[in-house]
Design a protein around this ligand. Structure first.
Ligand code: URA
Length: 242
């Protein structure tokens, strides 16, 4: 059955103003639904099936938004903070009314792939520990990363608090005074990548998440830039959740 919502609720959700302001727009005859002026903001509309226009502008209704961000260092993965800029502060005003939040956390100094959404159920399922959604990181590590580390990570390492990690897949891209690696892990303990390297006596000096499952960081996004996910990406995201 089609889901109908009050017109003022739809339009305020989409960032067209408070309910009061929308009532005013309706009274002014600016809002049309399927080509007809609607003067009452309390009218129930199916926002998916109807064409709603505010003036000449068609309203692109959606209940949920899914945003991919290339998180820069220096901002925190939260919705608000008294001291630092947050990833939500980086979003345009058009996304503010959606009340999006980051799905999981990247440290303040970590860059890369961050998903933001207002779809609480999906976020909850993606973060559920038993889902084991793979996350891949690219890192610079002080000192030579070796095959021994690859083997250690494959068996799981013991973190500083005694936690034994699940196996991680470590790929050495360059072993040098500053090594370059990729690491895929299937869980998300606090500072996990940094602490896994600490467990083998090494220090991560640069960290960037490059993928979540088959979803990759869009390299066209500069640090701090973001875009809505494509329908194909959304499909991949739902697969991660299944
Ligand atoms: N592991 C870390 O150590 N930091 C992050 O931000 C993500 C994974």
């Amino acid at each position: 059955m089609a889901k109908t919502l009050r017109l003022d609720k739809i339009l305020s959700h989409m960032g067209y103003g408070s309910r009061k302001e929308i009532t005013r727009l309706c009274k002014a005859g600016i809002i049309t639904v399927d080509g007809k002026v609607v003067k009452s903001s309390s009218q129930h509309i199916d926002p998916v099936a109807s064409i709603i226009k505010v003036g000449e502008e068609e309203v692109n209704y959606r209940e949920f938004v899914y945003i991919l961000m290339n998180k820069p260092a220096g901002v925190i993965s939260a919705t608000e903070d008294s001291r630092h800029q947050t990833v939500v502060d980086l979003l345009d005003v058009e996304y503010r009314s959606f009340d999006v939040f980051p799905v999981g956390r990247l440290d303040i100094d970590t860059e890369g792939f961050l998903l933001l959404t207002n779809d609480g159920q999906l976020a909850h399922r993606l973060l559920a520990p038993k889902k084991h959604v793979p996350k891949t990181y690219y890192a610079h590590v002080e000192g030579n990363v070796t095959e021994e580390d690859v083997i250690a990570f494959k068996g799981g390492v013991t973190l500083d608090d005694g936690y034994q990690t699940k196996p991680g897949e470590l790929t050495i891209l360059k072993s040098d005074a500053i090594s370059e690696i990729e690491l895929t892990i299937y869980e998300g303990k606090f500072h996990q990548v940094k602490r896994m390297f600490e467990a083998v006596g090494k220090k991560v000096i640069y960290l960037k998440r490059i993928a979540m499952g088959s979803l990759k960081l869009d390299e066209d996004l500069e640090l701090g830039e973001y875009r809505e996910m494509t329908p194909e990406e959304l499909e991949e995201l739902t697969k991660l959740d299944s």
